[in-house]
Design a binder for this molecule. Sequence first.
Ligand SMILES: Nc1ncnc2c1ncn2[C@@H]1O[C@H](COP(=O)(O)OP(=O)(O)OP(=O)(O)O)[C@@H](O)[C@H]1O
Length: 114
Amino acid sequence: MTSINLSEPAPDVIPDILCDAAAKKRYQRGRFLGKGGFAKCYELTDLDNGQVFAGKIVSKQLLVKPHQKDKMAQEISIHRSLKHDHVVGFHSFFEDNNFVYIVLELCKRRVSFS
Ligand SMILES: Nc1ncnc2c1ncn2[C@@H]1O[C@H](COP(=O)(O)OP(=O)(O)OP(=O)(O)O)[C@@H](O)[C@H]1O
């Protein structure tokens, strides 16, 4: 089960360098891709190997109510279990005190993403 830790108040400035401490990965936040109901999406570049992903970044300020947190956790849980040619690939998920980060295959054309 995916769990999201909401222990502290969350400022809303997204860092330029995102750190996935558990996976020992760092990503450079790049071009803004778009905004959804909860997430802001940016290109993310893996600083080890230059691989480029789409990062869906959700402020924990938007996940205060239990049902919001549950919806987010459920989206992550379902997406990470899916692998299909017609569904955007799930790469990883991590969080810091302020944001939840979902790292996805980058879609280069403007089509439906989820
Ligand atoms: N994998 C991706 N590759 C490239 N751009 C993406 C990707 N995922 C999302 N985007 C961009 O970010 C925008 C917001 O995506 P997001 O999935 O957060 O919201 P949504 O699906 O539009 O709405 P909702 O919040 O209801 O799911 C998209 O409209 C698209 O422009």
